[in-house]
Ligand binder design. Structure first.
Ligand SMILES: NC(=O)c1ccc[n+]([C@@H]2O[C@H](COP(=O)([O-])OP(=O)(O)OC[C@H]3O[C@@H](n4cnc5c(N)ncnc54)[C@H](OP(=O)(O)O)[C@@H]3O)[C@@H](O)[C@H]2O)c1
Length: 267
C-alpha cells in the first residue's frame, strides 16, 4: 500500500494503541504518521517510541494528511471540532472512536461534504486482537471504507455495521472484555475452591480460554455443536451445564448485554 499521511489526534490509552498498531505492525511507514495531543509530552513520547512525527499543531499535520484518526474523549469533541473547522477538506477521511458521538454530529461540525467514519473498538486492540465495528457517513465510498479497514487491520477484526447498531456493539464487544475477565476470574476462584493453587488454576483457565477461542475461530462450527461434542451422557460436563442452566447463566448474560446497550444509548 502506498503510505499516505495519517494524523492521530489524541494520544491517550486508545489513541496510543491505535498508533502502536498502525506504526509497528501496519503496512505504513512510521515517518508518514503524525501524532497530536493538546498534552504535547504525550505526542512526543509516542514519537520517541515509534518513530512517528509529533505535530506541534493541527495546522501543521492536518493539511498534509489523507486520514484523520480522532481519539479524544467524547466531552472534548466539541472543542476539537472548533479547532478542525476550516482545516478539513472533502478529500480527507475523518475516523472517530469517540463513544456515543454520531456521524451526524461530526458532519454538522465539520461540514456536509466531509467524509466521516465512526468506530467502536475494544481494548484487545492493544494486542492486535480487537473487535472493531465501523459505520461510514454518506460521503464515504466503498473503496474508502476498505481503505480505512486496511489501515485498521493490525488492530484486529473490523466489521461494518449500520450506525443505529453502535449501542448494541458497545453493549456486546465494547464492554465484552469485562464479561470475559469476570468469567475468567470466577473460573479461577472455582479452581481454587476445588483444590488447585491459584497459579495453576489461572494458567489452566487462561489456556482453556485461548484454546476454546481458537477452536471457534478455526473450526467455524457453532458453539452449541462444540459444546455437545464435549458433553458425554451422564458425564461431568452434563452435570456442570445443568447447574448453569438452573442458575440462569444464559439469561444473566443476555440481560447484561441488554442493560449495557441501554446504558450506551443514555450516555
Ligand atoms: N478505552 C476504551 O476501552 C475505549 C473503547 C472504545 C472507544 N473509546 C473511545 O476512545 C476515546 C479516547 O479514550 P481514551 O481512554 O484513550 O482517552 P484518554 O486516555 O483521555 O485520551 C484522550 C487524549 O486526548 C487529549 N485531548 C483532549 N482534547 C484534545 C484535542 N482537542 N486535541 C488533541 N488531543 C486532545 C487528552 O489530553 P488531556 O488528558 O490533557 O485532556 C488525552 O491525552 C474516547 O472517545 C472513548 O470514547 C475508548
Amino acid at each position: 500500500m502506498k503510505t499516505e499521511q495519517i494524523v492521530l489526534i489524541g494520544c491517550g490509552a486508545m489513541g496510543s494503541a491505535l498508533a502502536r498498531g498502525i506504526a509497528k505492525k501496519g503496512d505504513v511507514n512510521p515517518s508518514s504518521v503524525w501524532v497530536y495531543d493538546t498534552n504535547e509530552e504525550r505526542a512526543k513520547q509516542l514519537s520517541r517510541e515509534l518513530g512517528v512525527k509529533a505535530a506541534a499543531s493541527l495546522e501543521e499535520a492536518v493539511p498534509l494528511s489523507r486520514h484523520l484518526l480522532v481519539a479524544v474523549k467524547p466531552q472534548d469533541i466539541d472543542g476539537l471540532i472548533q479547532m478542525l473547522r476550516g482545516l478539513v477538506t472533502p478529500g480527507q477521511l475523518v475516523t472517530s472512536i469517540a463513544a456515543g458521538i454520531t456521524i451526524a454530529t461530526l458532519q454538522n461540525g465539520l461540514g456536509p461534504e466531509c467524509k466521516i467514519l465512526r468506530l467502536m473498538p475494544n481494548t484487545p486492540c492493544l494486542v492486535g486482537e480487537g473487535a472493531i465495528a465501523m459505520s461510514a457517513g454518506k460521503n464515504v465510498s466503498e473503496g474508502e471504507r476498505e481503505e480505512v479497514m486496511a489501515l485498521l487491520k493490525p488492530l484486529g477484526l473490523t466489521l461494518q455495521v449500520p450506525e443505529k447498531l453502535m449501542d448494541a456493539v458497545t453493549g456486546l464487544s465494547g464492554t465484552g472484555p469485562a464479561y470475559v475477565f469476570l468469567f475468567v476470574e470466577t473460573l479461577i476462584d472455582a479452581g481454587v475452591t476445588v483444590g488447585l493453587n491459584r497459579d495453576v488454576a489461572s494458567k489452566l483457565v487462561i489456556q482453556t480460554l485461548i484454546g476454546a477461542a481458537k477452536m471457534l475461530q478455526e473450526f467455524k462450527i457453532h458453539p452449541a455443536e462444540l459444546r455437545n461434542n464435549v458433553t458425554s451422557p451422564a458425564g461431568t460436563t452434563c452435570a456442570a451445564l445443568q447447574v448453569l442452566e438452573e442458575t440462569g447463566f444464559r439469561s444473566s448474560m443476555i440481560k447484561a448485554v441488554i442493560e449495557a446497550t441501554r446504558r450506551a444509548g443514555e450516555l
